[in-house]
Design a protein around this ligand. Structure first.
Ligand SMILES: *[C@@H]1O[C@H](CO)[C@@H](O)[C@H](O)[C@H]1NC(C)=O
Ligand SMILES: *[C@@H]1O[C@H](CO)[C@@H](O)[C@H](O)[C@H]1NC(C)=O
Ligand SMILES: *[C@@H]1O[C@H](CO)[C@@H](O)[C@H](O)[C@H]1NC(C)=O
Ligand SMILES: *[C@@H]1O[C@H](CO)[C@@H](O)[C@H](O)[C@H]1NC(C)=O
Ligand SMILES: *[C@@H]1O[C@H](CO)[C@@H](O)[C@H](O)[C@H]1NC(C)=O
Ligand SMILES: *[C@@H]1O[C@H](CO)[C@@H](O)[C@H](O)[C@H]1NC(C)=O
Ligand SMILES: *[C@@H]1O[C@H](CO)[C@@H](O)[C@H](O)[C@H]1NC(C)=O
Length: 180
């Protein structure tokens, strides 16, 4: 399923025409909520774990201690900016989204906002239309994964390097929706 989602992304990119620019430009969002779509999470918001700074997928973030909702400023892939910034509902800046290789490729927030470079190319997250993708040295990837935690109904947001999955985990597509 994840492979298929990726192929679709590439296909759509491959057919990109003059309209892509406008379409993607419209994709930039402010104060957006990001949602995970997958086997056990249909449009579940992605929230912030205050104890570890990692991102979690759960149906109602406000119902869980230690998990708080966050909002995002997201650029579109046509921009130069690949930094996805999060803000708490009280207006305090939380930081920017990063893949954390040292924590089994969990996706989390680091307070510092720095531009990451891979082989001299800017890397990071931005929106392809409404889908959140990762620019890995100019290759666009969407390899988000939901990993079960000790709490039923709460999944950790992960990044996968391949398509192998332990039991109970499933791939997710991450999409942004601007709050209205
Ligand atoms: C995220 O914050 C950085 C530093 O303030 C800024 O340069 C960048 O444009 C912001 N990203 C978005 C999508 O607003
Ligand atoms: C805003 O909320 C976050 C997360 O709950 C908290 O860590 C931070 O201290 C709060 N900031 C203010 C100014 O209350
Ligand atoms: C985003 O949210 C912040 C804090 O709630 C608010 O101050 C700001 O005006 C909002 N920006 C937009 C473009 O809605
Ligand atoms: C960086 O470049 C080297 C040499 O061209 C290549 O082997 C490596 O895969 C590149 N790394 C990334 C993250 O693309
Ligand atoms: C980025 O691409 C390189 C080369 O294909 C790969 O080795 C690396 O795992 C990728 N990084 C991420 C975070 O997906
Ligand atoms: C789950 O519980 C086990 C045993 O108490 C603990 O070792 C592990 O760190 C916990 N995992 C998470 C993700 O909290
Ligand atoms: C989905 O949730 C059900 C019920 O909690 C569980 O039995 C099943 O293993 C889960 N499937 C995945 C792919 O996480």
């Amino acid at each position: 399923m994840q492979i298929i989602a990726l192929l679709l992304t590439f296909l759509r990119l491959g057919h990109a025409s003059a309209s892509l620019h406008q379409q993607a430009k419209r994709g930039a969002e402010t104060n957006a909520t990001i949602y995970a779509y997958g086997a056990n999470a249909s449009s579940w918001p992605i929230a912030y774990g205050v104890n570890d700074g990692l991102l979690y997928i759960t149906e109602d973030p406000t119902a869980n201690d230690g998990i708080v909702p966050i909002e995002w400023d997201l650029a579109s892939i046509t921009g130069e900016c690949w930094i996805a910034n999060a803000t708490f509902v009280n207006g305090t800046k939380a930081g920017s989204m990063y893949i954390k290789p040292e924590q089994n490729y969990a996706v989390g927030i680091l307070p510092q906002t720095r531009v990451a470079y891979l082989n001299g190319t800017v890397s990071g997250f931005a929106l392809f239309a409404t889908q959140l993708v990762y620019n890995n040295n100019t290759l666009l990837e969407a390899q988000f994964w939901a990993k079960s935690t000790n709490t039923t109904g709460i999944y950790g947001l992960m990044w996968t390097l391949d398509d192998s999955s332990p039991n109970g985990d499933f791939p997710v597509v991450v999409k942004a929706s601007e709050d209205s």
